[in-house]
Design a protein around this ligand. Structure first.
Ligand SMILES: Nc1ncnc2c1ncn2[C@@H]1O[C@H](COP(=O)(O)OP(=O)(O)OP(=O)(O)O)[C@@H](O)[C@H]1O
Ligand SMILES: [Mg+2]
Length: 496
């Protein structure tokens, strides 16, 4: 039988890096092939080449035995290839349903018949085991739901080869399970899939084979059932990785943040809690249960009612005021709120602090030398690759963009850090690093409010765990009490 997809010697060079260096791999019909590698290894670049978004400098491809040279994603779709992107490609002011039919060739049966589309989408959602409100505009959906729309969209186009670039970064464990069940059934019907993830546990669970790439080159391909978490991590990073966070007990001090009856439309219905200096309070919950509203209200980005006190004073209403008082914020969506993609790393490194010393220099002009020193400290301290301070943020891989945001927010040494999904899309080595920095900052007295859809992250970092459901806090647990099962039930709205 022909192979679903064959890549031979694919090479792609960008000004500062050789992103893909003679990559060869093949994908069989009926299998899930996992593609893993550190941030910046070249995974997304390779998949964008397959999907016709960018041409390779060299190399050849075949789909089902026939030469394949896509000029655009339309070619890819015509060849039965679908892709779920790491960063969403949805049209924000349009509804979910409109996004499903958008971009399809006029004249194809799926084009723009909205009622037909609704039926198909509903059927697909039943198969997938998740729901998305079809008539809601994309811009009103939390990122978790947007991710589901991307998956739905690829399948809607009847893809036979499905490429998923970190599809589970924003899904809950239960949702990820549903997706895996679907994927297994999908390939059993004779289709094929490429699955990219930094969650190696998932890779072990869902894939048949795993290809590891490092610095743009294939390190090796293994049968998944013959490998292990540790072995994969080692192949990716080239050294042993500590997969558990090392931390001592917290020594909580004064109350830094105090929230009473905080409400923010549409989903935050009234929450009360506090965070002390020197502790990490984790908020667990399925996305879309008010966490986004909570974080944005506290960061001064969303109108709210109720009380939020910071060091005994009302929290300033606007983002700049909040920042100036020593609060840092890692937003859940690094593209929408974390970075200005066309700005350089240097400019992004001081975003929100440009009006303050040491960056504001003589006569109010930016002190370029200070900015450059800071940007250097960021790219070196947080292992941003490539080490450039002048490259636009857009040109970095997803995980490296995330490191830029987290590094900026930690380097300003806040009293309070509000971190939403701080390691989303970050590789195992870098997660280890970021977790260690968070624990260190905690031990130096920083208060941390950690919002994460990744249960293992909450379990390994938090000193206290609050569970949100339906816009309210429905439970508080210590890490000792909090098993994945108990958390899962609370997160589903079932009281323990
Ligand atoms: N348009 C571009 N211009 C310049 N460099 C780019 C561009 N796109 C990607 N790169 C570089 O190519 C390399 C590979 O990036 P890619 O996005 O493929 O990594 P990745 O393996 O998907 O990483 P991650 O896990 O962080 O998503 C990175 O060093 C990145 O900075
Ligand atoms: Mg990527």
């Amino acid at each position: 039988m022909e192979k679903a997809l064959v890549l031979k010697d694919i090479t792609k060079r960008f000004p500062l890096v050789l992103a893909n260096d003679r990559i060869s791999l093949d994908l069989e019909w009926g299998e899930v092939l996992a593609l893993v590698g550190e941030n910046g290894a070249g995974k997304s670049t390779l998949m964008k080449i397959v999907y016709g978004l960018q041409p390779p400098d060299q190399g050849e491809m075949w789909v089902d035995g026939r030469p394949y040279r896509p000029k655009s994603p339309l070619d890819a779709i015509a060849h039965g290839i679908g892709m779920v992107h790491q960063h969403f490609m949805l049209v924000e002011p349009f509804t979910v349903l409109e996004n499903l039919v958008l971009g399809l060739e006029p004249g194809t049966p799926l084009f723009l018949n909205l009622e037909e589309a609704r039926k198909r989408a509903t059927r697909l959602m039943e198969e997938l085991g998740f729901q998305v409100p079809l008539d809601e505009r994309i811009e009103n959906l939390p990122v978790g739901l947007q991710q589901r729309v991307e998956i739905l969209k690829a399948l809607y186009r009847e893809a036979r080869i499905l490429i998923l670039d970190e599809p589970t970064a924003v899904l809950t464990p239960q949702e990820a399970e549903e997706l895996f069940r679907f994927l297994r059934a999908y390939v059993q019907k004779g289709n094929a899939a490429i699955f990219i993830s930094h969650k190696l546990k998932e890779v072990l669970e869902v894939s048949d084979r795993t290809t590891v790439i490092r610095d743009g080159r294939v390190v090796g391909t293994v049968r998944t059932k013959e490998t292990s978490l540790e072995a994969l991590a080692r192949m990716m990073v080239g050294r042993e990785v500590v997969l558990r966070v090392q931390k001592g007990p917290a020594r909580p001090g004064e109350v830094v943040l105090e929230v009473e009856g905080l409400e923010a439309p549409p989903r935050l219905k009234g929450v009360s809690f506090h965070v002390r200096a020197g502790e990490i309070v984790g908020i667990a919950g399925v996305e879309g249960n008010g966490q986004t509203e909570l974080v944005e209200a506290l960061a001064g980005l969303r109108p709210h009612r109720g009380v939020a006190r910071y060091l005994g004073q009302p929290l300033p209403p606007l983002a700049r005021g909040v920042r100036d008082r020593g609060v840092s914020h890692v937003p859940e969506d690094r593209h929408a709120r974390g970075l200005v993609l066309d700005f350089s790393v240097g400019e992004n490194a001081i975003l929100g602090d440009q009006h303050r010393p040491p960056f504001r220099g003589f006569l109010g002009f930016l002190d370029q030398a200070a900015v450059e020193r800071h940007a250097q400290a960021l790219v070196e301290g947080f292992d941003v690759r490539p080490r450039s301070t002048t490259l636009a943020a857009r040109r970095f891989s997803g995980g490296n963009q995330q490191k830029i945001v987290v590094g900026r927010e930690l380097l300003r040494r806040p009293r309070l850090l509000i971190a939403a999904q701080p390691t989303r899309g970050v590789d195992v080595g870098a997660i280890e690093f970021i977790h260690q920095r968070l624990v260190e900052a905690r031990d130096q007295g920083m208060a941390v409010l950690l919002v994460s859809a990744d249960l293992s992250e909450v379990l390994s970092l938090a000193d206290r765990i609050l569970v949100m459901y339906g816009g309210r806090i429905v439970g508080e647990l210590t890490p000792e009490e909090a098993t994945e099962e108990r958390l899962g039930l609370l997160m589903a709205g079932i009281p323990a």
